[in-house]
Ligand binder design. Structure first.
Ligand code: NAP
Length: 173
């Protein structure tokens, strides 16, 4: 399944000058838990911020200017090329930013793991606006931290979900 994982502030900021503009102890635990043993797809600037592939998972770096090939990381020239390297019927693949990649992946992802940070952050990089009506929010878990945050999960609506919604609408007329 193709998934997306991101932490966003209340004003949709995800980055500032190449970095994530907050540090909250424990907040990245879910990222580690979900992506360990799986594949992440990452834009070159986000990769450069970390500086190396993360351990215990596979990274597909998207870049036209940089090539990293080792047992943990491979490089693709586009999101489509990255997707041709994985089997989404057999594994969970997480698009892990940044903004360019999120925008391109948004119409394709089936599940979004969004951590909502309770903060109006200063930043220059934003998560794209998406149509909430395309998704069902399946989880919304408040978490305590130096800055409070919420772990949410959005699942893309299927045809069956749409049919149920139409039925409910007609039933209430
Ligand atoms: N809050 C979060 O959860 C989160 C997560 C990740 C990142 N971030 C933040 O986001 C910021 C970085 O995001 P960004 O949007 O500036 O950069 P990015 O998406 O990480 O990287 C952009 C680069 O990736 C490559 N790329 C992306 N899409 C491509 C495509 N479709 N085809 C070919 N190449 C493609 C290009 O590399 P080349 O120039 O090498 O061709 C492009 O310059 C940082 O501040 C980072 O901290 C936040």
């Amino acid at each position: 399944m193709l998934c997306l994982i991101v932490a966003v502030s209340k004003n949709y900021v995800i980055g500032n000058k190449g970095n994530i503009p907050w540090k909250i102890k424990g907040e990245q635990k879910r990222f580690k838990e979900l992506t360990t043993g799986n594949t992440i797809i990452m834009g070159r600037r986000s990769y450069d911020e970390i500086g190396h592939p993360l351990p215990n998972r596979k990274t597909i770096l998207i870049s036209t200017t940089k090539a990293v090939e080792n047992e943990l990381c491979t490089t693709a020239g586009s999101l489509q090329e990255a997707l041709s390297l994985v089997d989404l019927t057999k594994e969970d693949v997480y698009v892990a930013g940044g903004a360019m990649l999120y925008k391109e992946a948004l119409p394709l992802v089936e599940r979004m793991y969004i951590t909502h940070i309770d903060l109006e952050a200063e930043g220059d990089t934003f998560f794209p606006r998406f149509n909430e009506d395309d998704f069902i929010k399946e989880e919304d878990l408040p978490m305590e931290g130096e800055i409070p945050y919420r772990y949410t999960v959005y699942r893309r609506k299927t045809e069956a979900d749409r049919a149920k919604e139409r039925e409910a609408e007609h039933g209430s007329e």
